[in-house]
Design a protein around this ligand. Structure first.
Ligand code: CA
Ligand code: CA
Length: 407
């Protein structure tokens, strides 16, 4: 009933707006994840030529499914095949061009798994249980297909596909703003939970993953999420400056005690079924990050009470402690700060010890210096005396004549 209502709402939305309120991945897509990627995959359950399957995948925002290595082949055999057969899909086209040895998008591939003795330019895979080798086929033949789409979230992210969102955890304990930077470095922000369904998924399907991530990095019981009232007490907003769509507060929270340790950031507490508490932003813990799959732009830290709008540091480098966060693009503030620092670091040359020493004789405690000094003084005095001796004689004579009684 709910699904029927949802579809009706979608149709009305499309008729009224001419737009599709579609999810990034078609409904009922599956997730395929490994150490390097996240794909959503879906089936084309109609018998088509290879060209036609390619076009259907493209129309739905994806590409035809390739098998690039033995791991993906194994995933097909052990996970996908049963689901495909259950849906009546017994043969699929494969995204592999026999002539070029590459996918139809031109990605070269060394892995193949051909059945000997078959001929043709295109490749299909029959899905009889236990037989999953590749079969060269005439491209004009007919098979069903699988499409895929790459989801740009870190490996092993937690996806709630119907709501176009993925979550992941950071791997070291940091302050809230440092956690935000770490999330941004991976293309997301501190987590925003869009609704109760997604919260409930985190607390059930992904609870184990969250607990495991937390238990590997120490004793904090909590993870930062992307909500703060640092600008106005009790007015909680996202770190991007937006409205918070859903608040799973723990009973009696938030309970900010005020200065000297205000609680202006928010955590989800594992021991409280991931319910939220407000906490001091400067405490250190791991973070829960999230990313909306619909967003093609990177999230931006944008709290109105900060003097600048911060832009993602591509290195994930922490620039400043929260909340005095300076954007690397804010040249005006950076220049002001540089001037201030310069002023503080500039030294008045007349106050330097070098200058002061230049004004006085240097003290030299060595005995040789003393002897040389004394000798020089004696010699200079002697020379001085030689120079003025004739004058002294003349003066004495002159005085003697003047003082002699006159007759
Ligand atoms: Ca507060
Ligand atoms: Ca609290």
């Amino acid at each position: 009933m709910e699904s029927w209502l949802f579809k009706t709402r979608m149709v009305i939305f499309i008729i009224l707006t001419g737009q599709c309120e579609c999810s990034v991945c078609p409904e009922d897509s599956l997730l395929m994840q490994n150490n390097t990627k996240n794909w959503c995959i879906w089936f084309v359950n109609s018998t088509e030529t290879l060209d036609s399957i390619q076009n259907i995948c493209k129309d739905q925002g994806g590409l035809m499914f390739p098998i690039e290595n033995a791991t993906v082949q194994s995933y097909l055999e052990n996970t996908l095949a049963k689901t495909l057969i259950d849906q009546g899909i017994y043969q699929i086209w494969l995204n592999y061009n026999v002539t070029s040895g590459a996918t139809f998008e031109g990605v070269q591939q060394t892995y193949t798994n051909f059945d000997n003795g078959t001929t043709g330019e295109c490749v299909g895979i029959p899905l009889a249980p236990g037989v999953y080798t590749w079969r060269k086929m005439d491209c004009s033949g007919a098979s069903k297909g699988i499409c895929y789409k790459t989801l740009d979230c870190p490996p092993h992210s937690m996806f709630v596909l119907p709501y176009d969102i993925c979550f992941w955890t950071t791997t070291s304990r940091k302050t809230a703003i440092e956690g935000y930077n770490e999330c941004m470095a991976d293309g997301g922000g501190l987590a925003v939970i869009p609704n109760g369904v997604v919260y409930s998924e985190l607390n059930t399907t992904f609870k184990h993953q969250i607990v495991t991530a937390h238990s590997t990095v120490g004793n904090s019981n909590d993870l930062w999420v992307g909500v703060t009232d640092v600008c106005t007490e009790n007015d909680f907003i996202t770190f991007e400056g937006g409205t918070v769509p859903y608040f799973p507060w723990q009973t009696d929270q938030p309970n900010d005690p005020g200065e000297p340790n205000p609680q202006n950031c928010v955590i989800m507490r594992i021991a409280d079924n991931l319910y939220w508490h407000d906490k001091d932003c400067d405490e250190q813990r791991i973070s829960l990050c999230s990313k909306s799959l619909n967003d093609t732009t990177l999230p931006t830290l944008n709290l109105p009470c900060l003097t600048t709008t911060a832009v993602m540091p591509t290195t994930g480098q922490v620039l400043c402690k929260f909340p005095a966060y300076i954007s690397p693009n804010d040249t005006e503030t950076i220049n002001k700060m540089t001037e201030q620092i310069k002023k503080e670091m500039l030294i008045d040359t007349k106050n330097t010890s070098v200058y002061r020493r230049s004004l006085v004789c240097a003290d030299d405690p060595r005995p040789s210096a003393t002897y040389i000094g004394v000798t020089a003084a004696v010699v200079l005095t002697f020379i001085g005396c030689l120079l003025i001796f004739p004058d002294i004689v003349t003066i004495i004579k002159s005085l003697t004549l003047k003082l002699r009684p006159k007759h």
